[in-house]
Design a protein around this ligand. Structure first.
Ligand code: C2E
Ligand code: CA
Ligand code: CA
Ligand code: CA
Length: 279
């Protein structure tokens, strides 16, 4: 017993203790963040490669912590997922994104689609359908202008639930995109199983373009498969003109990346819409 006691005592090294403490603090603060309105959305524009027109935006979550400043999503979304807080946070994101997009439409700014990231935990029929209907109903945004971005792993986590959930979402007229394509399980079977409208090529493939022959061939193959299955292709993480030119040459449909714009605060994004609508 003494031996065990020693071993379990070792578990609480100062480092581990500190990490556990940080998580606990983050969880408490995340709960508070929802109540105190510390979340906001940034919008990164998506452009049609052939015409250069702005056709949509991805909504990206930001957390302005009162003491620690801006905390990037990669640092708090995993904890939100583990604690289930991603459900109320995800609902907030959907509501907020739809309502801003509709506000811009009401101002007469050009129509565009708005893409929202969805966590695996949200891919449950009872939850997602209600949340999406609520966000659309509350804002008045037409369903076809909303797009949900789901990752491969979210689809694979619970395939039966995902199939019926996404079918229900599709019936509403909401669009579906597969995010970070090629980085997860990469079973092509699910492309047939789920009715997806768009495929987002992860930026780990885009990074090596056009020089890296493997990335170039993979990208070309992915675009070919997607088009054969009736999906539009978005390339993410485009940072150079050479990448954009190469993707245009491969008939990639849409482009998103720092070359065009970083994720923008709502007001900056609105100004961009006004500017682009001027000519
Ligand atoms: P993601 O969905 O793959 O989003 C794209 C990420 O790439 C964003 O990071 C964006 O700022 C970044 N990015 C865009 N263009 C470029 C580029 O040209 N170069 C580089 N290096 N990066 C670029 P961000 O905003 O930090 O978001 C990180 C991840 O957090 C997202 O990856 C997504 O998985 C997650 N996330 C963000 N917002 C939400 C949300 O509302 N709900 C959920 N569940 N996850 C979210
Ligand atoms: Ca995304
Ligand atoms: Ca992505
Ligand atoms: Ca990602």
């Amino acid at each position: 017993a003494k031996e065990n006691g020693r071993n379990s005592y070792q578990f609480f090294t100062p480092e581990l203790n500190e990490r556990a403490q940080t998580r606990l603090t983050l969880e408490t603060e995340l709960r508070r963040a929802l109540l105190r309105d510390e979340f906001s959305l940034h919008f990164q524009p998506q452009f049609d490669l052939a015409s250069g027109r702005l056709v949509g935006a991805e909504a990206l979550l930001r957390w302005q912590h009162p003491d620690r400043g801006m905390i990037p999503p990669d640092q708090f979304i995993p904890i939100a997922e583990e604690t289930g807080l991603i459900l109320p946070i995800g609902a907030w994101v959907l509501r907020h994104a739809c309502s801003l997009a509709q506000t811009w439409r009401n101002e007469g700014l050009q129509d565009m689609s708005i893409a929202v990231n969805i966590s695996a935990l949200q891919v449950r029929r009872d939850i997602l359908e209600t949340t999406v209907l609520d966000a659309l109903g509350n804002s008045g945004l037409p369903a076809h202008l909303l797009e949900l971005e789901v990752t491969e792993s979210a689809l694979m986590a619970n395939q039966d639930e995902a199939t019926s959930t996404l079918a229900a979402i599709h019936t509403l007229g909401v669009k579906l995109a597969i995010d970070d394509f090629g980085t997860g399980y990469s079973s092509l079977a699910y492309l047939k199983r789920f009715k997806l409208d768009k495929l987002k090529i992860d930026r780990t493939f885009v990074r090596g373009l056009p020089e890296d022959a493997e990335d170039a061939h993979l990208t070309e193959a992915i675009i070919g498969i997607a088009h054969h299955m009736g999906m539009a292709v978005v390339a993410e993480g485009i940072e150079t003109e050479a990448q954009a030119a190469f993707l245009t040459h491969l008939k990639c449909d849409l482009a998103q990346g720092y070359l065009y714009a970083k994720p923008l605060k709502p007001e900056a994004f609105r100004q961009l819409l006004i500017k682009l609508g001027d000519h």
